[in-house]
Design a protein around this ligand. Structure first.
Ligand code: IVH
Length: 681
C-alpha cells in the first residue's frame, strides 16, 4: 500500500526535477550553465535520496535516470513507423553535380534548387519517440525497418531531453519522432580508452565503435558512464506542427530543446554546397568529433515528397563522402620492434601507399594474437587504415588476392635486439623483453623522455637518440644533461651550430613542470592525463614519494582513492618508485640540475571587471573552455547581451546575439583578440 506522502515532499521532488532538467539543458544543449557543477551534483543527490525514501514518487522522466536504470535481460525489438533509410553516396564533385541535375530533371525545373548541407557525423543513428512531450521510446536504426529498444540507455545521454519544453509560440506536439546521431567526441574517446587500458580492457578501435558498444549495454548504468553526445538531424512522424522544409524542422527542433549541429548550412545553392564541402574537408581534423562526409538534402518538403524514395534511400538526399583513409597495399615483410617497456610489436612493412595525403610504408599489427586473428602473412595484400593521428594499422587481409606464395610469420622466442628472453604475462597480449638495459628499450625510453609532452627537448630527435645510444654516449636519462658541444658536433648530420642549439635546448628543458616530469619518467600506464592528475593531487614529488614508501597495499589504496586512478595505474606507480634503480635515476636527474617547477597561485587576471558574452562555434576551444579561461583571468561571462556587456566573442554561425550586440554598439571580437586582451590589458 502506498503510504501517504507529505505534499511538501512531492512539491520538493517536482521542483528539483524541473530545476535539474533546466540546468541539464543549459549545460549540455546550450553550453551555457547557470550554476556550478557542485551545485548541480548536490541537487541531484538530494533528489536521489528523496526518490529512494519515497519509491511511490518514482517517474520515468526523472533526471535521476540519467545515471542508469535496472539492467535488462535482452533488447526488445520495435518497428519504426517510417523506415529509417540509408543514403546514397557521392565521392566527387561530378557525382554531386549529377545528383543536382537529376533532381532538376525529376522536378521538371531549371531553377536553382535550395539545399541544406550538414556534416555527416560518424556515429550511431537513433530514433526517439516523444508522446505529449515525454520521451517514451528510443531505438537504434537496426535494419531500417525494425530497431532495438534502448530507451534507458538513451535517457543517460545528457543532451537528450527527457521532457520537451514548450517551444517559442508553439505548443508541445502530441507525437514527435526525432532522429539523430549519437557520438563520442575525440578527446573523451581518448580518455575512455586510456581508462580502459589502465583497467586491462581492450581499447575501442574508434569512436563509432565506442558509441555503438555503449548504446548496446543491457546495463544502462554502464552507458551512463560513457561520454555520449547527440546531434539531431531529422524527424519521423510529427503531429500538430506545420513544417515546410528541412531547415524549418531543424529550427523547430532546436526550439523544442533538441541539440542541432551549429555547423549546418541552411538554404544554399549547389555551388555553395560544393564550396562548403571544401571548407569541411579543411576543418574536418580540427573538429572535436569524427565526420566522414557531408549530407546534402533538398530543403523543401514539397519537393522531397515529389522526389520520393527508393526502398533503400531517399532521392532528395545524398552523402558526399570524404576520401577514405583506407587503402590496399602489399606486406613486404614483418619486423618486430621493441618498445619502451620491452613490449614486442610486430610491424608490417608495406609497399608505400598514399592515404589521405600521407605516405604510409609501415603499419602496426599490434601483437601475436592479432596477427593470428587476422591471419596476416608476408606477401599478403591488406587493407590499411590511418585514423586521425594514430599509427596506421592493418585492418584485414584481402583473401581473394592470396596466391599461396605468402609466408606465415612467427614471433621470436628471444628479443630481436638484445637476445634476452621474452615472456608473456598471464593477462597480457604482448610478449616482453626482460632486459631493461636492452638498447631498444633504452632508445625508446629516452625518445619518450625528450618528447613534446615530456622534457620537450628541441633537436633531440629519434635518429639522434639512436646514434647516441649506439655510440654508448647515452644510457640513463641524466646522461642527456652531460652531453657537450664537442661530443655532439662530431656526430652524423650534426655541425657546430646544431650542436650548440641542442645544448641550449637541453639546458632550457631542465626547468620542468611536475606533471611533465612525471610523464617523462615513462612509468607504465602513466600517460599525460594520469600524470597531470597526480601532479594536481600531490603538488610535489616528495608528497608522492611519501605515499609510495609505505606498505605496498596501503600505498595502492591511497592512490586509488584519487578519481580516475585505477588499480593498474596505482600499482604501476608504487612498483616504479619501490625500485631503487628508479629512485637513483630520479636523483641523478636532480644532481644534473633538473628542477621541478610548481604551479604558483594565479595573479588576479587582466580581464578583471570585464563582461563577455559568447556566441557561435569557436575554433580552438569549446564555449565552456572559453568561459573557464575568461573567469580565470578575472572576467565574467554572461548568457545574454546587454548594455553592461563589454565584448561579444563571435565564432562561426553566430546566433541572434550578434545582431543584438551590433544594435547596442557592443564591441565584437574573435578568439585571437580575446587572447590578445588577456595579455595586453
Ligand atoms: S539523414 C534519409 N543527416 O548517415 C536520411 N544522416 O547513411 C537519412 N548520418 O543512418 C539520414 N549524419 O546514421 C542524416 N546529418 C545527417 C547525418 C546522417 C550522420 C548518418 C545516419 C544515417 C546514415 C545514412
Amino acid at each position: 500500500m502506498q503510504k501517504h506522502i507529505d505534499p511538501a515532499v512531492i512539491k520538493k521532488v517536482e521542483d528539483l526535477r524541473q530545476a535539474l532538467h533546466r540546468h541539464n539543458y543549459r549545460y549540455y544543449v546550450l553550453d551555457d550553465p547557470e550554476i556550478s557543477d557542485s551545485e548541480y551534483d548536490r541537487m541531484m543527490q538530494e533528489l536521489i535520496e528523496l526518490e529512494a525514501a519515497f519509491p511511490g514518487l518514482s517517474s520515468p522522466d526523472s533526471p535521476t535516470l540519467r545515471v542508469g536504470a535496472t539492467p535488462l535481460d535482452k533488447f526488445e525489438s520495435v518497428a519504426h513507423s517510417l523506415p529509417m533509410l540509408s543514403l546514397n553516396n557521392g565521392f566527387n564533385d561530378t557525382d554531386i553535380i549529377e545528383f543536382d541535375r537529376r533532381i532538376k530533371k525529376n522536378l521538371n525545373t531549371d531553377d536553382e534548387i535550395i539545399y541544406t548541407a550538414e556534416p555527416k557525423l560518424d556515429g550511431v543513428a537513433v530514433e526517439l519517440i516523444y508522446e505529449n512531450g515525454r520521451l517514451v521510446t528510443a531505438s537504434t536504426r537496426g535494419d531500417g525497418i525494425n530497431g532495438e529498444v534502448i530507451t534507458s540507455n538513451v535517457r543517460t545521454i545528457r543532451s537528450v531531453p527527457m521532457l520537451i519544453e514548450n517551444g517559442k509560440d508553439k505548443s508541445i506536439p502530441s507525437l514527435i519522432e526525432v532522429r539523430g546521431e549519437v557520438f563520442i567526441n575525440l578527446e573523451e574517446f581518448r580518455r575512455l580508452n586510456d581508462e580502459r587500458l589502465g583497467q586491462n580492457l581492450h581499447p575501442f578501435a574508434n569512436p563509432r565503435n565506442a558509441s555503438a558498444g555503449s548504446l548496446r549495454q543491457l546495463d544502462s548504468r554502464i552507458t551512463a558512464k560513457r561520454p555520449l553526445e547527440i546531434f539531431f538531424f531529422g524527424v519521423g512522424i510529427v503531429s500538430d506542427l506545420v513544417l515546410e522544409s528541412h531547415w524549418d524542422t531543424l529550427v523547430a527542433l532546436q526550439d523544442l530543446g533538441f541539440r542541432i549541429n551549429p555547423l549546418i548550412k541552411p538554404k544554399i545553392t549547389i555551388k555553395a554546397v560544393l564550396n562548403y564541402y571544401r571548407e569541411l574537408v579543411e576543418k574536418r581534423h580540427q573538429l572535436p568529433y569524427d565526420i566522414d562526409g557531408m549530407v546534402i538534402k533538398v530543403d523543401s518538403f514539397r519537393m522531397q515528397r515529389h522526389l520520393g524514395s527508393t526502398s533503400r534511400s531517399p532521392r532528395w538526399a545524398i552523402a558526399y563522402k570524404f576520401k577514405a583513409l583506407q587503402e590496399t597495399t602489399r606486406v613486404t615483410n614483418i619486423e618486430v620492434q621493441v618498445g619502451r617497456t620491452g613490449a614486442l610489436t610486430p610491424v608490417a612493412h608495406l609497399v608505400p601507399v598514399n592515404i589521405g595525403g600521407a605516405k604510409v610504408s609501415r603499419a602496426t599489427l599490434h601483437n601475436e594474437d592479432e596477427i593470428k586473428r587476422k591471419d596476416v602473412r608476408i606477401g599478403d595484400t591488406v587493407l590499411v587504415q590511418r585514423a586521425g593521428d594514430v599509427i596506421p594499422e592493418v585492418v584485414k587481409v584481402i583473401g581473394s588476392k592470396r596466391t599461396g606464395e605468402e609466408k606465415t610469420f612467427k614471433m621470436p622466442h628471444k628479443c630481436p635486439v638484445c637476445s634476452a628472453s621474452v615472456v608473456r604475462a598471464e593477462d597480457e597480449a604482448a610478449l616482453r623483453c626482460i632486459n631493461t638495459a636492452c638498447p631498444a628499450q633504452v632508445k625508446e625510453r629516452i625518445k619518450h623522455f625528450a618528447s613534446k609532452g615530456a622534457f620537450d627537448i628541441d633537436g633531440l630527435g629519434d635518429k639522434l637518440v639512436e646514434q647516441l645510444v649506439d655510440k654508448g654516449l647515452l644510457f640513463s636519462y641524466a646522461d642527456i644533461f652531460r652531453l657537450n658541444e664537442d661530443v655532439l658536433e662530431n656526430l652524423e648530420r650534426m655541425g657546430p651550430k646544431s650542436a650548440k642549439n641542442l645544448i641550449v635546448a637541453i639546458d632550457k628543458s631542465k626547468k620542468i613542470m611536475f606533471s611533465r616530469f612525471l610523464y617523462a619518467l615513462g612509468i607504465r600506464y602513466v600517460g599525460e592525463n594520469a600524470a597531470s592528475i597526480l601532479a594536481r593531487e600531490y603538488q610535489r614529488l616528495d608528497n608522492l614519494l611519501s605515499v609510495t614508501v609505505i606498505d605496498r597495499n596501503n600505498a595502492i589504496e591511497e592512490l586509488k582513492s584519487i578519481k580516475e586512478i585505477g588499480k593498474t595505474i596505482a600499482s604501476s606507480i608504487v612498483d616504479f618508485f619501490k625500485q631503487d634503480a628508479n629512485l637513483k635515476t630520479v636523483n641523478r636527474l636532480f644532481a644534473s640540475g633538473v628542477e621541478i617547477l610548481h604551479d604558483v597561485p594565479k595573479e588576479p587576471g587582466g580581464l578583471t571587471g570585464k563582461v563577455f558574452v559568447l556566441t557561435g562555434t569557436l575554433e580552438n576551444m569549446t564555449r565552456s573552455e572559453a568561459k573557464k579561461v575568461i573567469e580565470e583571468a578575472g572576467g565574467k561571462v554572461s548568457s545574454s547581451v546587454s548594455r553592461n556587456t563589454d565584448y561579444l566573442i563571435a565564432g562561426s554561425s553566430p546566433g541572434s546575439k550578434l545582431k543584438q550586440a551590433k544594435d547596442l554598439g557592443v564591441e565584437i571580437i574573435d578568439e585571437t583578440t580575446l587572447r590578445q586582451l588577456m595579455i595586453d590589458v
